[in-house]
Write a protein that binds this ligand. Structure first.
Ligand code: NAP
Length: 305
């Protein structure tokens, strides 16, 4: 089989592989996240090498992901010219969500954004990020009160970041799109979590690059929040698999959205990396299967917001 397909990441014009690598699973332990587990340097090396050796050219991490940035810096900084590297800003590194919330706290002051990016560069063992994304979906008001975007633009002028993105969710995402300053949006989306299906189109038509997280429905039931795995059963999606496993089916559904540019599939398992690459090489689901999946999910009540 050939190489992974590439798509142009909106107005960044970066040519990114349709399958990216989400490095959150390299967080290690201890960490507040319920899925946190021990992660050695050699395990992280194996997962990251599997991603780059398979042709993936886009790696997503964040200061919020435990040891992830350190491992990316230690394991693949020597291959830096072979991939686009993105991290996040605003993170209070590894601070746990306050009681009653699943979202960790953030600080979008100018000083913290600068310090955060400079700390990321040091951990990642690089001089620049291809993309820095605001993490945690700050409101437009928070961004304006703090002049947060100005600081990101200053870092861009200094060459420390090439492009500026937003990891965005409802209800703020339309404000973020209208601000017109973000080169990319990172958005949760899969067959089981279709809230953003139309918003992805809106953001892409405004010129932004679209990075999908949760594109494999976060691996299965039992996460903090997110996809409706019961809907898989009620829609009888197993009937549509035709030899695929569920993960391949989900990834190929996500790739079927015409405005998705890259899906940052998260995994700490090198075999899963390679399986995901093979799945992505099969391309989007056949058109009839894609339409039937949407029809069944509509009937199951999993619809765009
Ligand atoms: N901006 C944000 O707020 C935010 C939030 C969450 C995530 N992210 C980013 O998005 C990336 C992906 O998001 P996500 O982790 O929420 O969702 P995801 O990519 O849909 O799912 C990841 C889960 O799927 C499992 N998985 C992956 N490939 C598999 C395979 N072939 N077979 C079986 N299981 C498989 C992984 O477990 P194994 O390790 O066992 O493979 C992991 O538990 C993260 O790594 C991170 O970079 C960003």
């Amino acid at each position: 089989m050939g190489d992974l397909a590439q798509r142009i990441l909106g107005r960044t014009r970066l040519s990114v592989t349709v399958l990216g690598y989400g490095a959150m699973e390299l967080r290690g332990a201890p960490h507040w996240h319920p899925k946190a587990k021990e992660m050695t340097l050699s395990q992280a090396q194996a997962a990251l090498d599997a991603a780059l050796d398979s042709g993936i050219n886009f790696v997503d991490t964040a200061p919020d992901y435990g040891q992830s940035e350190d491992y990316v810096g230690r394991c693949i900084a020597g291959r830096r010219s072979g991939f686009f590297l993105t991290s996040k800003c605003g993170c209070l590194r590894d601070a746990a969500p306050p009681p009653g919330s699943v979202r960790p706290p953030h600080d979008f002051t100018r000083a913290h954004i600068r310090q955060g990016v400079e700390d990321s560069l040091r951990r990642l063992n690089t001089d620049f990020l291809d993309l820095v994304q605001f993490h945690g979906t700050p409101t437009k008001q928070q961004l304006e009160e703090n002049d947060s975007v100005e600081e990101a633009l200053a870092l861009q002028r200094e060459g420390k970041v090439r492009y500026i993105g937003m990891s965005s969710t409802l209800p703020h995402i339309r404000d973020h799109i209208a601000m017109g300053v973000f080169d990319t949006f990172q958005i949760p989306y899969s067959a089981l979590e279709r809230d953003y299906e139309d918003i992805i189109t809106e953001a892409a038509e405004a010129g932004a690059g679209i990075i999908i997280r949760g594109g494999m429905a976060r691996g299965g039931p039992g996460g903090l929040s997110g996809p409706n795995w019961d809907a898989w059963e009620s829609a009888k999606l197993d009937e549509l698999l035709d030899g695929m496993d569920r993960m391949e089916f989900l990834l190929r559904f996500t790739l079927g959205h015409p405005h998705v540019h890259t899906v940052i599939a998260g995994t700490a398992d090198p075999d899963h990396v390679r399986a995901n690459v093979q799945a992505a090489m099969h391309g989007p689901l056949p058109a009839d299967v894609y339409q039937e999946t949407k029809r069944r999910m509509d009937a199951a009540g999993v619809v765009p917001a």
